[in-house]
Design a protein around this ligand. Structure first.
Ligand SMILES: [Zn+2]
Length: 339
């Protein structure tokens, strides 16, 4: 069963919002767009894997966790997917690469040939083996009884042509996504000794979920984009125009005439992705183009955001879902009406 769903990477959400809130003439606009396209392709690959794990996802005897970021000795490591069973832990690394992908163990690299260009990457097997060592250290540190860990590199792009530099090179753990379930089931037949009870498996799974620390980055850290460069205002949900105007308790688009009661919610989510998840009433007014402190307060209260501080110095925390099933749900269902 699925113990942790895959979430839309924060970098994807950040880049998407950034493209809408930077002028297209910005020097970094094309770079951000290219980075976004690469990350979206990688994420699509991961979703492909999830699709092909559908059958075993129903199996109550294994726990599947997607998209983990864990800390060991002050450093973080990431795992695309993990299958926990009482017999073995299977660590999966997803590669979504188009073109001819050649594995070269002699130089410990992978070379991708695509549209006439050659590009070198880290060897995926070395990469996944490194993750295995990190996970092993993590499990030991958490005092989890010893259990074998095995790895799979899953190629999710249908068009990838897999190749090796020498015919002698064999990579049994590099597989195509269509074969992933079959391979997992076959691995389970070769690990017969029970190392953990299923109760312990559930506990390890819960611990992994608890210890997962999503990577949160801001444009200033990645691209050096300052607060002043980011366009403020509420975006029109119909035509994406920026900014909408606040009139008689709702938002009105000066371009298409569209109206919205809660377009400020997605604007505040943009704020959290671009400028941080803490916001004050003053910052809300500046970002949403509001003059009234009272209106800003009503908006914040209507969203039921957790807050800290005293009356004149309250900071609110903007939370958002990156779970694909919840990502585009607005908070309006539990919102109080705004005047
Ligand atoms: Zn509009």
């Amino acid at each position: 069963m699925i113990a942790k769903n895959r979430e839309i990477p924060q970098r994807i959400l950040m880049n998407e919002v950034l493209l809408e809130r930077l002028p297209p003439i910005h020097t970094l606009w094309e770079i951000i767009k290219t980075d976004l396209a690469k990350r979206q392709a990688g994420y699509r690959g991961e979703l492909q894997l999830d699709y092909h794990l559908k059958f075993i996802s129903q199996d109550k005897n294994m726990m599947i966790l997607h998209d983990l970021r864990l800390e060991i000795d002050g450093r973080y490591f990431q795992i695309d997917s993990l299958v926990l069973t009482p017999y073995v832990v299977i660590l999966l690394e997803v590669k979504h690469i188009a073109g001819i992908y050649t594995l070269d163990s002699r130089f410990d690299q992978a070379i991708r040939k695509f549209e006439g260009k050659e590009e070198a990457f880290s060897h995926p097997v070395t990469q996944v083996e490194r993750q295995k060592k990190q996970l092993l250290r993590w499990l030991t540190k958490m005092k989890i009884p010893s259990i074998p860990i095995t790895t799979l590199v899953v190629m999710t792009n249908r068009s990838t042509i897999l190749n090796t530099f020498s015919p002698l090179e064999k990579y049994n753990n590099v597989i195509r996504v269509e074969n992933v379930e079959e391979r997992i089931l076959s691995l389970l037949t070769s690990y017969r000794k029970e190392h953990l009870s299923f109760k312990q498996v559930r506990k390890v799974s819960a611990l992994l979920v608890r210890k997962h620390e999503p990577l949160i980055v801001l444009p200033v850290e990645i691209y050096g984009i300052s607060r002043e460069e980011i366009k403020t205002g509420v975006r029109c949900p119909e035509c994406r125009h920026l900014p909408m105007l606040r009139k008689y308790g709702h938002w009105q688009c000066p371009k298409c005439g569209g109206k919205s009661k809660d377009a400020h919610e997605s604007a505040l989510l943009d704020y959290s992705l671009l400028l941080g998840h803490k916001i004050t009433n003053r910052q809300v007014r500046k970002f949403l183009h509001l003059e009234s402190r009272k209106t800003a307060l009503k908006i914040l209260q209507s969203m039921n955001l957790p807050s800290t501080g005293t009356t004149n110095n309250i900071t609110y925390s903007i939370t958002h879902h990156t779970d694909p099933q919840n990502a585009h749900q607005s908070n309006s269902s539990n919102a109080k009406p705004i005047c």
